[in-house]
Design a protein around this ligand. Sequence first.
Ligand code: PRP
Ligand code: MG
Length: 176
Amino acid sequence: MTTATMDLKQHIRGIPDFPKPGILFYDISTLMRNADAWQVAMGRVTHQVAPWAPDMLAAIESRGFLTAAPLASRLGCGLVMLRKPGKLPGETVSHSYELEYGSDTLHIQADAIVPGQRVVVMDDLLATGGTLAASVALLRKVGANVVGASVLVELTALGGRARLDVPVKALVSYDD
Ligand code: PRP
Ligand code: MG
Protein backbone atom coordinates (compact mmCIF):
# COMPACT_ATOMS: atom_id res chain seq x y z
CA MET A 1 0.00 0.00 0.00
CA THR A 2 1.37 3.42 -0.92
CA THR A 3 1.22 6.34 1.45
CA ALA A 4 -1.36 8.01 -0.81
CA THR A 5 -3.84 5.17 -0.38
CA MET A 6 -3.13 4.13 3.20
CA ASP A 7 -6.37 3.61 5.12
CA LEU A 8 -5.63 5.12 8.50
CA LYS A 9 -8.72 3.51 10.04
CA GLN A 10 -6.84 0.23 9.78
CA HIS A 11 -4.45 1.64 12.37
CA ILE A 12 -7.04 3.01 14.82
CA ARG A 13 -8.38 0.44 17.22
CA GLY A 14 -11.91 0.48 18.63
CA ILE A 15 -12.01 -0.80 22.21
CA PRO A 16 -15.50 -1.56 23.53
CA ASP A 17 -16.67 -0.57 26.99
CA PHE A 18 -13.83 1.86 27.76
CA PRO A 19 -13.72 3.91 29.93
CA LYS A 20 -17.32 2.96 30.74
CA PRO A 21 -19.73 0.23 29.62
CA GLY A 22 -21.37 1.15 26.32
CA ILE A 23 -18.57 3.48 25.14
CA LEU A 24 -16.52 2.45 22.10
CA PHE A 25 -13.09 4.05 22.57
CA TYR A 26 -11.14 4.90 19.41
CA ASP A 27 -7.52 4.33 20.39
CA ILE A 28 -4.84 6.23 18.45
CA SER A 29 -2.05 4.41 20.31
CA THR A 30 -1.87 1.86 17.50
CA LEU A 31 -1.64 4.66 14.90
CA MET A 32 1.24 6.36 16.69
CA ARG A 33 3.00 3.06 17.28
CA ASN A 34 3.34 2.45 13.53
CA ALA A 35 6.03 4.80 12.22
CA ASP A 36 4.77 4.80 8.61
CA ALA A 37 1.12 5.31 9.56
CA TRP A 38 1.97 8.14 11.96
CA GLN A 39 4.07 9.84 9.27
CA VAL A 40 1.16 9.59 6.81
CA ALA A 41 -1.29 10.88 9.41
CA MET A 42 0.85 13.90 10.25
CA GLY A 43 1.43 14.61 6.55
CA ARG A 44 -2.30 14.63 5.86
CA VAL A 45 -3.07 16.83 8.87
CA THR A 46 -0.36 19.22 7.71
CA HIS A 47 -2.12 19.53 4.35
CA GLN A 48 -5.46 20.16 6.08
CA VAL A 49 -4.14 22.83 8.46
CA ALA A 50 -1.58 24.66 6.29
CA PRO A 51 -4.19 26.61 4.22
CA TRP A 52 -5.40 28.31 7.42
CA ALA A 53 -1.90 29.85 7.70
CA PRO A 54 -1.77 29.74 11.51
CA ASP A 55 0.70 31.79 13.52
CA MET A 56 0.17 29.44 16.44
CA LEU A 57 -1.28 26.04 17.23
CA ALA A 58 -3.15 25.57 20.51
CA ALA A 59 -2.84 22.06 21.93
CA ILE A 60 -5.51 20.70 24.29
CA GLU A 61 -4.21 18.63 27.22
CA SER A 62 -3.48 15.85 27.00
CA ARG A 63 -3.94 13.97 23.77
CA GLY A 64 -4.00 17.17 21.71
CA PHE A 65 -0.34 17.60 22.62
CA LEU A 66 0.46 14.50 20.56
CA THR A 67 -0.78 15.97 17.28
CA ALA A 68 0.02 19.64 17.82
CA ALA A 69 3.73 19.33 18.57
CA PRO A 70 4.71 17.54 15.34
CA LEU A 71 2.38 19.81 13.36
CA ALA A 72 3.92 23.00 14.71
CA SER A 73 7.32 21.69 13.74
CA ARG A 74 6.15 20.82 10.21
CA LEU A 75 4.33 24.12 9.70
CA GLY A 76 7.02 26.27 11.28
CA CYS A 77 4.59 27.95 13.65
CA GLY A 78 4.41 28.34 17.42
CA LEU A 79 2.68 26.09 19.94
CA VAL A 80 0.76 26.96 23.10
CA MET A 81 -0.71 24.56 25.64
CA LEU A 82 -4.27 24.62 26.95
CA ARG A 83 -3.92 22.86 30.28
CA LYS A 84 -5.92 21.47 33.13
CA PRO A 85 -5.88 23.50 36.40
CA GLY A 86 -2.67 23.85 38.39
CA LYS A 87 -0.27 22.96 35.58
CA LEU A 88 0.80 26.24 33.98
CA PRO A 89 3.19 28.64 35.76
CA GLY A 90 2.66 32.40 35.85
CA GLU A 91 -0.53 34.33 35.25
CA THR A 92 -3.21 32.30 33.49
CA VAL A 93 -6.68 32.88 32.02
CA SER A 94 -9.24 30.11 32.44
CA HIS A 95 -12.53 28.94 31.02
CA SER A 96 -14.87 26.45 32.70
CA TYR A 97 -17.32 24.25 30.86
CA GLU A 98 -19.97 21.68 31.64
CA LEU A 99 -19.48 17.96 31.15
CA GLU A 100 -22.10 15.23 31.21
CA TYR A 101 -21.37 14.91 34.93
CA GLY A 102 -19.80 17.99 36.58
CA SER A 103 -17.54 20.56 34.96
CA ASP A 104 -13.97 21.05 33.82
CA THR A 105 -11.62 23.99 33.34
CA LEU A 106 -8.84 24.79 30.88
CA HIS A 107 -6.11 27.40 31.37
CA ILE A 108 -3.78 29.31 29.06
CA GLN A 109 -0.87 31.54 30.01
CA ALA A 110 -2.16 35.11 29.90
CA ASP A 111 0.61 36.31 27.57
CA ALA A 112 0.60 33.25 25.27
CA ILE A 113 -1.15 34.92 22.35
CA VAL A 114 -0.49 38.24 20.69
CA PRO A 115 -4.00 39.63 20.10
CA GLY A 116 -5.11 38.99 16.55
CA GLN A 117 -2.80 36.04 15.99
CA ARG A 118 -4.23 33.30 13.78
CA VAL A 119 -4.66 30.20 15.94
CA VAL A 120 -5.67 26.64 15.05
CA VAL A 121 -6.82 24.53 17.99
CA MET A 122 -5.81 20.87 17.94
CA ASP A 123 -7.07 17.75 19.66
CA ASP A 124 -7.08 14.04 18.98
CA LEU A 125 -10.85 13.57 18.97
CA LEU A 126 -14.10 15.47 18.46
CA ALA A 127 -16.98 13.84 20.34
CA THR A 128 -19.63 16.13 21.86
CA GLY A 129 -17.54 19.19 20.98
CA GLY A 130 -17.55 20.50 24.54
CA THR A 131 -13.77 20.47 24.88
CA LEU A 132 -13.12 22.19 21.55
CA ALA A 133 -15.88 24.76 22.09
CA ALA A 134 -14.41 25.64 25.49
CA SER A 135 -10.95 25.90 23.96
CA VAL A 136 -12.17 28.30 21.29
CA ALA A 137 -13.86 30.42 23.98
CA LEU A 138 -10.68 30.44 26.09
CA LEU A 139 -8.51 31.42 23.13
CA ARG A 140 -10.85 34.29 22.30
CA LYS A 141 -10.58 35.56 25.89
CA VAL A 142 -6.87 36.17 25.27
CA GLY A 143 -7.45 37.79 21.89
CA ALA A 144 -6.83 34.93 19.49
CA ASN A 145 -8.29 34.88 16.01
CA VAL A 146 -9.30 31.20 15.97
CA VAL A 147 -9.23 30.21 12.31
CA GLY A 148 -9.92 26.50 12.60
CA ALA A 149 -9.93 23.29 14.59
CA SER A 150 -8.17 20.05 13.67
CA VAL A 151 -8.73 16.55 15.02
CA LEU A 152 -7.63 13.08 14.04
CA VAL A 153 -10.97 11.42 14.79
CA GLU A 154 -14.52 12.79 14.59
CA LEU A 155 -17.50 10.92 16.02
CA THR A 156 -20.10 12.42 13.73
CA ALA A 157 -23.13 10.87 15.45
CA LEU A 158 -22.52 13.06 18.50
CA GLY A 159 -22.90 16.27 16.49
CA GLY A 160 -19.95 18.08 18.06
CA ARG A 161 -19.16 20.03 14.89
CA ALA A 162 -22.48 21.91 15.23
CA ARG A 163 -21.31 23.38 18.56
CA LEU A 164 -18.33 25.05 16.90
CA ASP A 165 -18.37 28.31 14.96
CA VAL A 166 -14.99 27.71 13.34
CA PRO A 167 -14.18 25.37 10.43
CA VAL A 168 -13.23 21.85 11.50
CA LYS A 169 -11.00 19.33 9.73
CA ALA A 170 -10.98 15.67 10.76
CA LEU A 171 -8.62 13.03 9.43
CA VAL A 172 -11.08 10.17 9.85
CA SER A 173 -14.69 10.03 10.98
CA TYR A 174 -16.99 7.38 12.38
CA ASP A 175 -20.77 7.49 12.37
CA ASP A 176 -21.46 4.71 14.86
C1 PRP B 1 -11.05 13.33 25.28
C2 PRP B 1 -10.46 13.63 23.94
C3 PRP B 1 -10.93 15.04 23.68
C4 PRP B 1 -12.28 15.10 24.36
C5 PRP B 1 -13.38 14.98 23.34
O1 PRP B 1 -10.22 13.89 26.27
O2 PRP B 1 -9.03 13.56 23.98
O3 PRP B 1 -10.07 16.00 24.30
O4 PRP B 1 -12.32 13.98 25.26
O5 PRP B 1 -14.65 14.97 23.95
P1 PRP B 1 -15.75 16.06 23.70
O6 PRP B 1 -15.73 16.42 22.25
O7 PRP B 1 -17.01 15.37 24.11
O8 PRP B 1 -15.44 17.23 24.58
P2 PRP B 1 -10.21 13.45 27.78
O9 PRP B 1 -11.01 14.43 28.56
O10 PRP B 1 -10.63 12.02 27.89
O11 PRP B 1 -8.73 13.60 28.29
P3 PRP B 1 -7.26 13.29 27.72
O12 PRP B 1 -7.08 13.95 26.40
O13 PRP B 1 -6.41 13.91 28.76
O14 PRP B 1 -7.08 11.78 27.63
MG1 MG C 1 -8.51 15.07 25.42
